[in-house]
Ligand binder design. Structure first.
Ligand code: IFM
Length: 481
């Protein structure tokens, strides 16, 4: 059990956040729950994908993960002990509706109801994500997100969750990172369902946008206009390899259109960008976007969730284009756009992602400039490092503390410059199943021993507690056990 927070932090010269700023941490169902064959849960595309040889590092699956399905009470206690105001988690669609349509599963719904009640009893606001990539396999068998019907099935599921969990949820986030679901899932095959077809990916991107609009409307039909709805996007900060090159600046525009504005513009403006449609006219006729769809994608959002980890760099290369090994691609469709990802200078995290807090400020301010009235929330930010347990039994993850410090400072800088940022969620509460990287990459501020399931607070958890309970950014060295 963690020791007490101790005296409050000295405030001289330290960055102070607004009193109502929300400090939270985030997880996702498939990454932590385990118990994939318990409680009436159906099969998800990640069960299928991770059990397919060669798809994940070491053949890891989410079968057990952090065993959160059984240890949820302990995990809620950690959240409370951290002094967090909110907890962002996702609902496993196949746990509450095993086939993705038709019958709902009372046992699955009861699990989330219990979790929500426990959070509220601990004074923690539940921030729910309805889709964090674990599509029911039965829907994938019908085409998954390339099938327009999936967007409507998603809205039905959202409606039922609104009925079941009702006003106990603080923020309803429809979808986490549709970019990953569409492009990593359907274009480069790195994520479930593992397809490699650019047109499928663009179709999926549209149906995810549509699913968001339909689901948000369904939630508000059940709970009224005051229900807070949101979506979480992983937007890309793309920089030109040569800032003086008109062609490289053109590459940035193309990568921005296919990576960012394909989501932002329908969701926030009710239109698809005309430059995007033209850029990819040689790949698709976009006939999967039906008249009136773009307008349906747009709903007024109480908060726009932003996940930020690193920056990207691109250049224009006629007729070619590959994303460098180990780099986060500016877009997995860059190849068909004569855009090439360029290695970004380090330092790097264990994911191979460059560490650049200035991108956080830049992204928040660019969103504020484009959508001045739109409140923002950083729904994920964090870093994987090769953490070790030291001889003293502690995990001295100073690189993670420093990463969090610098990025939260960058959020503060954006607020100072006028961005309306309402909260910050550290990714992740716990070490967990990092998708195709399995358990090899640890993002948690709490360590999980996967043999014993023992949770151990890393130094970053102690540091984050000081911040969450004071609202003042502690120095990176300020670890209070
Ligand atoms: O673990 C993921 C999470 O599921 C979605 N956003 C990025 C994280 C780190 O890769």
């Amino acid at each position: 059990m963690p020791e007490s927070a101790g005296p409050s932090v000295a405030t001289t010269g330290a960055r102070q956040f607004p009193a109502d700023f929300v400090w939270g941490s985030a997880t996702a169902a498939y990454q932590i729950e385990g118990a994939v064959e318990e409680g009436g849960r159906g099969v998800s595309i990640w069960d299928t994908f991770s059990r397919t040889p060669g798809k994940t590092l070491n053949g890891d699956t989410g079968d057990v993960a952090d065993d959160h399905y059984h240890r949820w009470a302990e995990d809620v206690q950690h959240i409370a002990d951290l002094g967090l105001g909110a907890y962002r988690f996702s609902i496993s669609w196949p746990r509450v509706q095993p086939g993705g349509s038709g019958e709902f599963n009372a046992e699955g719904i009861a699990f989330y109801s219990m979790l929500v009640d426990a959070l509220l009893a601990a004074g923690v606001k539940p921030v729910v994500t309805l889709y964090h990539w674990d599509l029911p396999q039965e829907l994938q068998d019908e085409g998954g997100w390339t099938n327009r019907a999936t967007a409507y099935a998603f809205a039905d599921y959202a409606r039922r969750m609104a009925v079941e969990l009702g006003d106990r949820i603080d923020v309803w986030t429809t979808i986490n990172e549709p970019w990953c679901a569409a492009y990593l899932g359907y274009a480069n095959g790195e994520h479930a369902p593992g397809h490699t077809d650019p047109v499928e990916a663009l179709t999926a991107a549209h149906h995810l946008n549509l699913g968001h609009g339909l689901a948000a409307r369904a939630i508000r039909e059940v709970l009224g206009e005051d229900a807070k709805v949101s979506i979480t996007l992983n937007l890309h900060v793309n920089r030109p390899a040569d800032p003086t090159s008109a062609l490289d600046l053109e590459a940035v525009r193309r990568a921005d259109a296919v990576g960012n504005r394909i989501f932002l513009q329908p969701l926030l403006e009710g239109v698809y960008p005309s430059d995007l449609l033209a850029d990819l006219a040689h790949v698709t006729d976009w006939s999967f976007i039906q008249p009136g769809d773009a307008e349906l994608c747009q709903v007024q959002m109480d908060v726009l969730g932003i996940n930020y980890y690193s920056t990207g760099m691109v250049r224009f290369v006629e007729g070619a284009g590959r994303v460098p090994e180990g780099q986060t691609p500016a877009s997995v469709l860059v190849g068909v756009l004569d855009v090439e990802g360029v290695p970004v200078p380090g330092p790097y995290t264990a994911m191979g992602w460059n560490i650049d807090p200035s991108g956080m400020t830049e992204l928040l301010l660019s969103l504020h400039a484009r959508y001045p009235g739109q409140p923002l929330m950083v729904t994920e930010n964090g870093a994987a490092f090769g953490d070790e347990v030291s001889a003293d039994g502690r995990v001295h993850d100073e690189r993670r503390v420093s990463y969090l410090h610098d990025h939260i400072d960058a959020v503060g800088a954006a607020i100072d410059a006028g961005a309306d940022v309402r909260g910050y969620f550290a990714w992740s509460l716990l070490d967990n199943f990092e998708w195709s990287f399995g358990y090899d990459r640890r993002f948690g501020i709490i360590r999980v021993d996967y043999d014993t399931q023992v949770r151990t607070w890393k130094d970053s958890a102690y540091w984050y507690r000081t911040l969450a309970t004071s609202g003042v950014l502690p120095a990176s060295e300020d670890i209070r056990y």
